[in-house]
Design a protein around this ligand. Structure first.
Ligand code: HSE
Length: 448
C-alpha cells in the first residue's frame, strides 16, 4: 500500500530525499511504496535539479502537513521557525514526523517529545546528528541496556576539514577557511560551524538519548575553532597530539563537594561541552580527518563502540532521513490491519517524555581535565622554575613542560598538565599571568 510523503524543504537534503524516492530500484522494497505527494518550497521559480514534478511544489508549508494524502511529514527546512510549529502541527494531526533539524530538536526536543507522546506518533531524527552515520537509533535501541559513561564525537565536518588541513599543511585558520568556502566545504556564513554551535546542538541531542534526560542547550559551554592559532596545532603535533573540535557528554559519578548545594541533588550530573581538544595520536578519534564525523560511545558493559562516516551532504543525510521513513512505514504497515482506520502508529517508547530523567550540568569550575597551555615569556634564567612553582602551589601537577622558541629574549613555553580541577588550574594561570617574566597566556586548550 502506498504511503504518502509530504516534504517540507527542497534544499540540499530535501533534494537528496527526492532523489532516493524517485529511484527505488535496488533498494528495500518499501522504498517503492513511498510516494512524494507535496513539497513545500520558499520560491516556486527557483530552477531545481531534484526529480520533483512542478505540480507537487507549493509555498504553503501548512498545506503540505494538512494534506490528507500525506501520511508522513518530512521536515528538512532547518532553522527554528516555522520548522518547530510545522512539526507540532503534524503531531497534532496524528502524522509521524521525520526531521533532520538539530537546532529544533536541541532546543525544543522535550516539547516535541511530549506532544508526540500525547498524540501517540513517532518523531524520528536519525539525520539530525552525524549525517549518514547511524547514531540516534543505536543510542536509543542497540545500546539501550548500557550505562553510558561518555559520548565523545567529532560531529562537525566543516571544522574537522579545516583542522585536518591546518595540521597537514601548517596553514592558518583564516586561509584554510577561505579556501574551504571557495571549495564549498564551508558555508558562506560559517559561524554556526566554526564557533561550535552546530556541534553543541548535536551533543545536546546525543546527551538526551544517552542519558535519558535533556540539558538546557544554551547552558552547554561552547568554544569553536575560530581563535585557534596554527602554532598550537603545530606544537600539539610535536608533542604527539592532534587538535580536534570535540563534543563531549560525560556522566559525573562522584559529586564534587562544591556542587552539592546547587539545585537538584537527585538529578544526574553531567559534564557536557564543546571545545578544541588535544587528542593523543593513539586515541580512536585522532585519525578521523577531513569532512568525516565519528562518535565514540563508552558504556557499561559494552565498552567502546565507534561510529564513523560521512557527517553531512545530500546523499548521506538523505540516507538517514529515508531510513527513518522506512522504519515508520514498516511499523505502519505491520500495525494497520489492527488499528481502526490505520490511526496512530504507536509511540517510540524512548521518546516518551514521562520516561525522561532529570539531568543537570556540573559547574565548570568543578570539572577536571588535562590542559595544554602556551605562555609567552622572556627568555631568562628561572622562568620555568617560577612557572612550575605557580602550578605546584595551586596543586596542579605538570606532565610536561617544553620551551619551543627562544629568540630576541622571548620564549614560548608549553605546559601539559595532569588531570586537575578547573578552578585550581585557573588559580595557577592567574598567578602565572602575574609573573613579571610572563608576557601572556597565549593559548589554553583541553587535552585528553
Ligand atoms: N554544517 C554541518 C557540518 C553539517 O559541517 O558538519 C550539517 O549538520
Amino acid at each position: 500500500m502506498t504511503i504518502g510523503i509530504g516534504l517540507l524543504g527542497l534544499g540540499t537534503v530535501g533534494a537528496g530525499v527526492a532523489e532516493i524516492l524517485a529511484n527505488p530500484e535496488g533498494r528495500h522494497p518499501l522504498v517503492a511504496e513511498l510516494a512524494l505527494r507535496r513539497v513545500a518550497v520558499r520560491n516556486l521559480e527557483r530552477p531545481r535539479a531534484a526529480p520533483v514534478a512542478a505540480e507537487l511544489l507549493t509555498t504553503q508549508a501548512e498545506a503540505v502537513v494538512d494534506d490528507p494524502a500525506v501520511d508522513i511529514v518530512v521536515e528538512v527546512l532547518g532553522g527554528l521557525e516555522p520548522a518547530r510549529s510545522l512539526i507540532l502541527r503534524a503531531i497534532a494531526a496524528g502524522k509521524p514526523v521525520v526531521t533532520a533539524n538539530k537546532a529544533v530538536i536541541a532546543r525544543h526536543g522535550e516539547e516535541i517529545a511530549a506532544a508526540a507522546a500525547a498524540a501517540g506518533v513517532y518523531v524520528l531524527l536519525e539525520a539530525a546528528v552525524g549525517g549518514g552515520i547511524p547514531i540516534i537509533e543505536p543510542l536509543k535501541q542497540s545500546l539501550g541496556a548500557n550505562r553510558i559513561e561518555r559520548v565523545s564525537g567529532i560531529i562537525n565536518g566543516t571544522t574537522n576539514y579545516i583542522l585536518s588541513r591546518m595540521a597537514a599543511e601548517g596553514a592558518d585558520y583564516g586561509a584554510v577557511l577561505a579556501d574551504a568556502q571557495r571549495l564549498g566545504y564551508a558555508e558562506a556564513d560559517p559561524a554556526a560551524d566554526v564557533e561550535g554551535a552546530d556541534a553543541a546542538d548535536k551533543i545536546a541531542i546525543l546527551t538526551g538519548l544517552a542519558y535519558g534526560g535533556s540539558v538546557p542547550r544554551q547552558a552547554i559551554p561552547t568554544e569553536g575553532i575560530d581563535r585557534l592559532d596554527a602554532r598550537d596545532v603545530a606544537y600539539a603535533d610535536k608533542l604527539g597530539y592532534v587538535v580536534k573540535l570535540l563534543a563531549v557528554a560525560q556522566r559525573i559519578d562522584s559529586e564534587p563537594d562544591g556542587d552539592k548545594a546547587s539545585g537538584d541533588p537527585d538529578a544526574l550530573l553531567l559534564d557536557v561541552r564543546v571545545h578544541p581538544t588535544l587528542l593523543p595520536r593513539s586515541h580512536p578519534l585522532a585519525g578521523v580527518n577531513g569532512v568525516f564525523n565519528a562518535i565514540l560511545v563508552e558504556g557499561d558493559p559494552v565498552g567502546q563502540v565507534m561510529f564513523y562516516g560521512p557527517g553531512a551532504g545530500a546523499g548521506p543525510t538523505a540516507s538517514a532521513v529515508v531510513a527513518d521513513i522506512l522504519n515508520i512505514a514498516g511499523i505502519r504497515q505491520a500495525t494497520l490491519p489492527a488499528g481502526p482506520g490505520g490511526g496512530p502508529v504507536g509511540l517510540d517508547p524512548l521518546l516518551a517524555a514521562g520516561s525522561w530523567r532529570r539531568c543537570r550540568l556540573i559547574d565548570g569550575a568543578l570539572t577536571t581535565h588535562r590542559n595544554y597551555v602556551r605562555l609567552r615569556t622572556s627568555d631568562e634564567a628561572g622562568v620555568i622554575g617560577r612557572i612550575g612553582t605557580c602550578f605546584g602551589e595551586a596543586g596542579v601537577s605538570i606532565q610536561s613542560i617544553v620551551q619551543f622558541e627562544a629568540h630576541n629574549e622571548a620564549a614560548e613555553i608549553v605546559v601539559i598538565t595532569h588531570e586537575v580541577l578547573e578552578e585550581r588550574f585557573r588559580q595557577a594561570l592567574d598567578a602565572i599571568a602575574a609573573l613579571p617574566e610572563v608576557q601572556g597566556v597565549a593559548a589554553c586548550l583541553r587535552t585528553l
